[in-house]
Design a binder for this molecule. Sequence first.
Ligand SMILES: [Zn+2]
Length: 321
Amino acid sequence: MAKMAKQRDLDLSRPVAVWKSQDLLDDEPAGSLTVILRTRGCRYNRCLMCGYASEGAPATEENLLAQFERAMQKFSSQDQMVKIYTSGSFLDPAEVPPQVREKILRALQERGVRRLVIESRPEYIVPSAVTECLSNIDTEFAIGLESSNDLVREKAIRKGFSWQDFVQASKTVHDLGGRIKAYILLKPPHLSEKEAVQDAVSSARMAANYAEILSLNLCNVQRGTYVERLWERGEFRPPWLWSALEVLKSAPGTIVCDPVGAGSRRGPHNCGRCDAAVADAIRKHALSQDRNLFEELECDCQVTWRKLQDLEERTFGSPIV
Ligand SMILES: [Zn+2]
């Protein structure tokens, strides 16, 4: 979708980003370090909402290890969890060569990291790669399932893998003793607000049978994407934060959500007045799983949100606002 970043502007020995935060580790908040490595990018790269390809660059093995070392300068013993993302698949050998993967895994083991989280498309979640991760460190394999509905995933997202592929990857990981995180997308293009909520709720219910933890991703309008073109024409509105609450309240088991871009035009938003408070409750819920946090939230725009959902259903899914 988006163009590759210009090589001359980039220092390939630096990661895209590194930051510290708190994350849920076996139902308790724990310190975590998130590292985004600049790889050649996702080999698939056809998802309609994804603009991460613009972060890609032809990083060599040496570059990748330098990025990792630089990122680990921020690591401290409080960081019990390390998340390594690549804007693609950590387990794709063309993206992260096996020798690099091995060195990263060993370094994390030596530093006593309790949990590693990596992301991968299901086609790269094969027994050999999973075993290699797990023999070094307790690993959570995060998969961008997006929807449990094959029609939605294929037609509205163009994800390129099936529910069955997700189930198979989950079995592979669970048979070997690892953990699965499933990302659910709210809301894919071409779904009305109401359809999107219903799809995310049923996806969460189904995916919970195959994942230890769910993560709800609220669709952002990323640059250079198909979703951006729809948005510019007024044919896509990012989800309401009220819709996110509906999904979080009805999901079974553990579900986290980081409302990235909340309150901005390109991100999930309500009316502007209540966005900060709702986003704050969503962040707190991610660490506490306390649904009571949502009970106190109120704003006049809830009426608009409800009305719009009914109106949208009668206008065949075109967004009104
Ligand atoms: Zn409001």
